[in-house]
Design a protein around this ligand. Structure first.
Ligand code: MN
Ligand code: MN
Ligand code: MN
Length: 279
């Protein structure tokens, strides 16, 4: 039996929708036996400095990361950037744009939810600090707290998912553009959780081809809760499209308690890992 990997390149702090501070997350990473981790908050690099500081005290290597929401063929995809320079101008400007779109979307969702009975939702959005990225998970937790839903999964099913009463369709930056920001910041663009998007196999292949064409270089082959079949499917995709392999739990803490930090199976040996030093 192969030991679980000591690498986990996808996780969230309170700067987006994780439940842990950067410090607590690095403590949890150390406790889970991880040696190399990437913090990849949604559309922000605000958690990276604190994470780097905490990682150092635990002897963990922190890879600077981010998870961007992008639009492709009228779908939303998530692209992780690894080993980015968070101060690079193109990325910084792109993040500023994403953050203002996120804010607008949050306001629009809040107006809908308020009409559906979540009193005070608009004010809650207005009072959230600007450097806090509001995701749909935040609304889900709020709906649970307000007693309008028994749990976050049902909040998505009932209100927040596409086609539901409080869903707000957003035109995120184009895939090509976002990959360009990551590359301009010296990073590597990675397709996050490629099997999580509601698309057929042939659409997924079209997506991976477009990503590669745009200058993307890697994809997640092991994601949180991937089973052997999913890893096999993604490994075959990575090989077919000439993409490097990444692995990441997508840990969010208590807001998604079914996902554990680390303990990911090692990457298949025939694949080229996203970081050269993982060889
Ligand atoms: Mn999330
Ligand atoms: Mn994601
Ligand atoms: Mn994520």
């Amino acid at each position: 039996m192969t030991l679980p990997s000591t690498v986990d390149l996808h996780m969230h702090t309170q700067a987006s929708d994780g439940s842990l501070t950067a410090q607590a997350l690095m403590q949890a990473a150390a406790d889970a036996g991880l040696r190399t981790v990437a913090v990849t908050d949604h559309d922000t690099v605000a958690g990276l400095d604190a994470a780097a500081l905490a990682a150092r005290t635990h002897g963990i290597e922190l890879v600077a990361g981010v998870e961007l929401s992008v639009s492709w063929q009228r779908r939303t995809l998530h692209i992780v950037g690894l080993e980015i320079d968070p101060d690079a101008a193109a990325l910084r400007d792109g993040l500023a744009r994403l953050q203002s779109q996120r804010r607008e979307r949050a306001r629009a969702i809040a107006i809908k939810l308020e009409k559906l009975g979540d009193t005070g939702c608009v004010r809650w959005v207005e009072e959230t600090p600007d450097n806090q990225q509001l995701t749909r998970s935040h609304f889900a937790l709020r709906l649970v707290g307000a007693g309008l839903c028994p749990d976050a999964k049902r909040a998505f099913k009932r209100y927040l998912a596409p086609g539901k009463s409080a869903h707000v369709a957003t035109q995120w930056p184009a895939l090509e553009e976002a990959v360009g920001w990551i590359n301009a910041a010296g990073g590597t663009a990675v397709v996050a959780h490629p099997l999580k998007y509601p698309m057929t196999r042939s659409w997924r292949h079209r997506m991976l081809a477009a990503f590669r064409e745009a200058g993307g270089r890697a994809m997640e082959v092991c994601s949180g809760n991937s089973d052997a079949e999913a890893i096999h499917t993604s490994a075959a995709d990575a090989e077919a499209f000439g993409l490097r392999a990444s692995l990441g739990s997508d840990f969010h803490g208590s807001s998604q308690p079914w996902i554990r930090l680390g303990r990911l199976p090692a990457l298949p040996e025939n694949l080229r890992p996203v970081l050269d030093r993982m060889r």
